[in-house]
Ligand binder design. Structure first.
Ligand code: TZP
Ligand code: MG
Length: 208
């Protein structure tokens, strides 16, 4: 059974200056149990090789690894699943390729997308950007917390991830608005020497 942790970190080699494997290593050091590998610039072969190394580390620690966008890479590696955007492969096609046991998540940015996603064979729905983000290129408009609350109602019992500009200071607002988890990039990775500490602190907030 899929379990979504309260913090679901995403890797970014530009933000951290580190390989995906090294980010995974440091995030696991901070308590990650599920990590998404995201790379918008690497050639598929480079991303594949890096993901392979990252998966080896994740497996050793029993940590789940989800590949952003690339169903082919997730399938080739036997990763735990894929995170799809609105213009990636359709959910049903990814599900057919990866099978019932794979984790399939999808990004949504408005109510209509969230409603469609809620009726698809996904394991979780991500919604955002909730706050201002400087990580995503050409981000969709900021949704805010009220929209997150509404999406909580739209997706019902489906696990819901809030993404976009989540920091130590505002993560509680996202959880309080109904998100089961937050995904974060910059707040965790920008100072690579503090990755484990940043994640530990964010996870710690979930207990208060
Ligand atoms: N999707 C919506 S916002 C975003 C993605 C991938 C970027 C999140 O990065 P950050 O640094 O946590 O704002
Ligand atoms: Mg995508």
């Amino acid at each position: 059974m899929f379990h979504l942790p309260r913090v679901y970190p995403i890797t970014d080699t530009d933000r951290s200056g580190l390989s995906h494997a090294e980010q995974v290593h440091r995030l696991i050091g901070g308590g990650a149990t599920l990590i998404q590998l995201r790379d918008k610039h690497a050639a598929p072969r480079d991303f594949y090789r890096q993901a392979e190394a990252a998966l080896r580390i994740a497996r050793k620690h029993n940590v789940g690894l989800i590949i952003n966008d690339r169903v082919d890479i997730a399938l080739a590696l036997g990763a735990d699943g894929v995170h799809l955007g609105q213009s990636d492969l359709p959910v049903a096609a990814a599900r057919r390729l990866l099978g019932d046991r794979a984790v399939v998540g999808i990004s949504t940015h408005d109510f209509a997308q969230a409603e469609v996603a809620a009726n698809m064979p996904v394991d979780y729905v991500a919604f955002g950007p909730i706050f201002n983000t400087s990580t995503k290129e050409n981000p969709e408009p900021i949704t805010g917390l009220d929209a997150l609350r509404a999406v909580r109602a739209i997706v019902g019992a489906l696990p819901l991830v809030a993404i976009g500009g989540v920091t130590l200071a505002n993560t509680h607002q996202a959880w309080d608005a109904g998100a089961d988890a937050v995904s974060s990039i910059a707040a965790l990775l920008c100072d690579p020497s503090r990755i484990p500490e940043n994640l530990r602190q964010m996870l710690g907030k979930a207990r208060h």
